[in-house]
Design a protein around this ligand. Structure first.
Ligand code: ZN
Ligand code: ZN
Length: 423
């Protein structure tokens, strides 16, 4: 066992003593989820836990973001990031601590709110890891930055913190680390070098027709038919224009047109989601979408040009190979066979906006949240995709343990792969 492992074991000797408050914090966060940019209660709960433990705390960074810095002598600075926001999803897990919360979304609509992406796990695990590190400063030296980020789900929370002088708040950082709970067996930690999460773009395309009575199609240019043609034709972009070795996703997530069966409307709005893993594929797909939409508009004799708007854009997440190797070796020593290679993920994240802005290397790993027996049964039946609820599902319910302990341990072990030996 090397000295980093000895340090990790010493710091994590306090894990059992923190379990009850970490679980309590998790349940409380789960029951009181907050939408993107509204994470005030969550940030306050973190602050309450870390106050008085030796952290220099700055809140209100990029809105509701919170940065807690623990200075412990000479040595590297490690930044650990957890995202805090929940989603407009109606929880259907049936858990005793399920959310019944509602809130106003940015359109002023009342929506249900649920931690359907597990960011409550991330917050509780980081609060736990930061507390353990603060309680055992004699075991390590350097600086630990615990960063609690708002608004990951809408893709602008990390950017908001960067734009609100994050670099001035954190000073010089050497490495940035983050994790996400995923639909893998609980207790498993997965790392991956290189591209790990996709770049994401959402696009709104508005196409124009000519409205008329439903009985008089000859007087109309029907936007429903036009939009339907676009939806079908778009299915050929990935299958016919992108190399089969190159992963890409193009989903038409929303299609709106018309108001009534006997009225032909005058426009249709399509909302698309695009996931890619390199810039060239991204350009190919975005250009193909515009070409298909414009060509179908011409085919329908559309009276006005289509309008395009890009929104909810997420950067590519590409793990630095050296950082991933260093963290991965520490995980193998600590977790043994529970450390595995993480498969390429089609989801996206804005975490990388932080290390990219700070000019530091990063790695982002996954932790499992699914009951191992349930996962094994689904695997035996060949039904993992069908039977295991994934992130954003109303049934997404990480088993509390060993998920929370694993997330806490992973953050401590990865930090100590960098932080120096005691003074
Ligand atoms: Zn999410
Ligand atoms: Zn998430």
């Amino acid at each position: 066992m090397n000295s980093h492992q000895e340090q990790a074991r010493a710091v994590l000797a306090g894990l059992d003593d923190t379990r009850s408050w970490r679980e309590e914090l998790y349940r409380s966060l789960h029951q009181n989820p907050e939408l993107s940019h509204q994470e005030t209660r969550t940030a306050a709960a973190v602050r309450e836990r870390l106050d008085g433990a030796g952290f220099e705390i700055t809140d209100g960074v990029g809105g509701t973001g919170l940065v807690a810095i623990l200075r412990n002598g000479d040595g590297p600075t490690v930044l650990l990031r957890a995202d805090m926001d929940a989603l407009p999803v109606q929880e259907a897990t049936g858990l005793p601590y399920a959310s019944t919360a509602t809130d106003q979304d940015d359109q002023g609509q009342t929506v249900p709110v649920m931690h359907a992406c597990g960011h409550d796990v991330h917050v509780a695990a980081l609060a736990g890891a930061a507390s353990l590190m603060a309680a055992s400063t004699q075991q390590w030296s350097g600086t630990l930055v615990a960063l609690f980020q708002p608004a990951e789900e809408v893709g602008d929370g990390a950017r908001g913190m960067v734009d609100d002088n994050l670099a001035g708040v954190v000073g010089k950082v050497d490495v940035a680390l983050a994790q996400h709970v995923l639909a893998m067996p609980s207790g498993v930690v997965g790392t991956r070098s290189g591209a790990v999460l996709s770049a994401a773009d959402s696009m709104r395309a508005t196409v124009h027709g000519r409205g008329a009575h439903g009985s008089m199609p000859q007087a109309a240019i029907d936007p429903v038919v036009l939009a339907a043609m676009i939806v079908i034709r778009l299915q050929t972009v990935v299958s016919r224009e992108v190399a089969p070795t190159q992963p890409a996703v193009l989903t038409v997530g929303s299609l709106r047109a018309g108001t009534k069966s006997n009225v032909i409307g005058d426009h249709a709005v399509l909302e698309l989601n695009i996931r890619t893993y390199d810039d060239q594929t991204r350009t190919t797909v975005l250009e193909a979408i515009r070409r298909v939409v414009n060509a179908e508009c011409e085919a329908s004799a559309s009276p006005a040009p289509a309008e395009f708007e890009l929104f909810d854009q997420f950067p590519l997440t590409t793990n630095d190979p050296d950082t991933t190797q260093r963290v991965g070796e520490a995980f193998t020593e600590f977790f043994g066979v529970r450390h595995q290679e993480l498969p390429l993920q089609s989801a996206s994240e804005d975490f990388s906006d932080i290390p990219v802005a700070l000019g530091v290397p990063y790695t982002y790993w996954g932790i499992g949240g699914t009951d191992p027996a349930t996962y094994a049964a689904a695997q035996r039946a060949g039904r993992v995709d069908q039977d295991i609820p994934v992130n954003h599902s109303p049934y997404f319910a990480p088993v509390l343990q060993p998920t929370l302990d694993t997330g806490t341990q992973a953050l401590v072990v990865a930090s100590l792969a960098y932080l120096g030996a005691p003074g």
